[in-house]
Design a protein around this ligand. Sequence first.
Ligand SMILES: NC(=O)c1ccc[n+]([C@@H]2O[C@H](COP(=O)([O-])OP(=O)(O)OC[C@H]3O[C@@H](n4cnc5c(N)ncnc54)[C@H](O)[C@@H]3O)[C@@H](O)[C@H]2O)c1
Ligand SMILES: O=c1ccn([C@@H]2O[C@H](COP(=O)(O)OP(=O)(O)O[C@H]3O[C@H](CO)[C@@H](O)[C@H](O)[C@H]3O)[C@@H](O)[C@H]2O)c(=O)[nH]1
Length: 452
Amino acid sequence: MNICCIGAGYVGGPTMAVIAQKSPQTRVTVVDMNQARIDAWNSGNLPIYEPGLAEVVAESRGRNLFFSTDVAGEINAADIIFVAVNTPTKTYGVGAGSAADLRFIESVARTIAEVATSGKIIVEKSTIPVKTAETIQKILGANTRGLEFQVLSNPEFLAEGTAIVDLHNPDRVLIGGQKTPAGQKAVQTLADVYADWVPRDRIITTNLWSSELSKLVANAFLAQRISSINSISALCEATDADVDEVARAIGYDSRIGPKFLKASVGFGGSCFQKDILNLVYLCQSYGLPEVAAYWQSVVGINDWQKKRFAAQIVKALFNTVSGKRIAIWGFAFKKDTNDTRETAAISICRDLLEERAEVVVYDPKVPAEQIRTDVLGKGVENDRLIIVDSAEAAAVGAHAIAVVTEWDQFKAIDFEAVFADMPKPAFIFDGRNLLDLEQLRKIGFNATGIGK
Ligand SMILES: NC(=O)c1ccc[n+]([C@@H]2O[C@H](COP(=O)([O-])OP(=O)(O)OC[C@H]3O[C@@H](n4cnc5c(N)ncnc54)[C@H](O)[C@@H]3O)[C@@H](O)[C@H]2O)c1
Ligand SMILES: O=c1ccn([C@@H]2O[C@H](COP(=O)(O)OP(=O)(O)O[C@H]3O[C@H](CO)[C@@H](O)[C@H](O)[C@H]3O)[C@@H](O)[C@H]2O)c(=O)[nH]1
């Protein structure tokens, strides 16, 4: 069995590395048009940071796992082609700001149609709007001189930072296919690949459209829980209730469950906002404005939460941060990743810079240049944005520390020493409810958390 995956990103790389690890008899090649990314996958310095990934890649690379820019050659050699290209929010024309931009998906479908000399199973791994398989099928059907293609939907549910654990032990693998004999045969072929390590009862099969839609709905429900608890965090602050206690109390109800109830500075990452906006756009296009408005509010609360956090800092610092140094601890959208896409840190840094603060950022995994580009834009300079290489260095001379990413190392910091290096009153705003506020208050900090 030959598998090719188009797109060597956060999904294509780790997913294929695990298939290669678990199915040594399968030859897996990940292709991308980005030469630098492929070179990095072939080097000792992988293009993404993910705990355990380097070990998994090392086990199979050169044996049955390959990274290449030979897109046409590998398409031709493959029995199954995974499509894991990016599907960002459209920034132009109809649907700008909410619809998914499917130009990379369409371009892949056209490339397959152009170069394939035998029939194949095409697997949608990217997150796409419901009915995308129909588009792919039409492009293939119109261009492939009668070759037999089956399009399957197999959305990816891994979360960054825990990608390898999630891939090794998924809650479920979802496969959608056509209800024809050929469609069902393709579904079984793909199910057999996963069955090398995933128990059969966790491999769920549905029709194509349920599978495509389930991915958007799963993300919408997960993000909705975060916006729900974040909305309650504001009420907790107004009433002296504690959001962690409220989350624990409601989470004990088995119908609600304890996960994904951690109040925060707001969700980030490349998926939640993009996928909800995509869902909103779909609802609007299908004439369901009330449903669209319901899901739009999940993003609305998230935007508000990010703004609220920065505004609270300004307010607590006597309504001005002009000329004051603010330490930002953590920039990635969550711990254990170097990904900064849609991280709340961008909005928070921008708001504080706008208030003329000196913003000093430390993140253990995000390169300085990435932080600069994210906050200011490519090539733009601002002396008031400073990037340092330790949390302690960021805090020297700072009027306040804002914890934006929940990196474990922040829990082990010597706060007495940090306190000594800060002008007084010294503030800590814990945007992740990571630290022991009582302990910090004993040292002398003005310490506050979200929903506390
Ligand atoms: N990041 C996640 O945690 C995650 C999880 C589940 C699903 N998804 C979905 O998976 C998809 C990919 O996400 P990602 O984070 O891996 O994106 P990414 O941007 O990290 O990687 C996509 C890669 O595809 C390549 N590419 C685009 N068009 C190509 C073409 N025509 N030929 C060859 N290569 C091409 C790009 O160069 C890029 O390297 C998206 O639809 C996303 O919504 C992402
Ligand atoms: O209780 C919580 C849980 C998460 N977050 C934040 O929510 C964001 C997203 O976190 P998470 O879902 O863990 O990471 P992602 O990598 O974005 O994964 C989501 O998006 C992926 C891409 O679609 C899906 O595959 C995953 O199932 C889905 O969890 C991050 O900023 C987290 O800090 C909170 O604020 N509170």
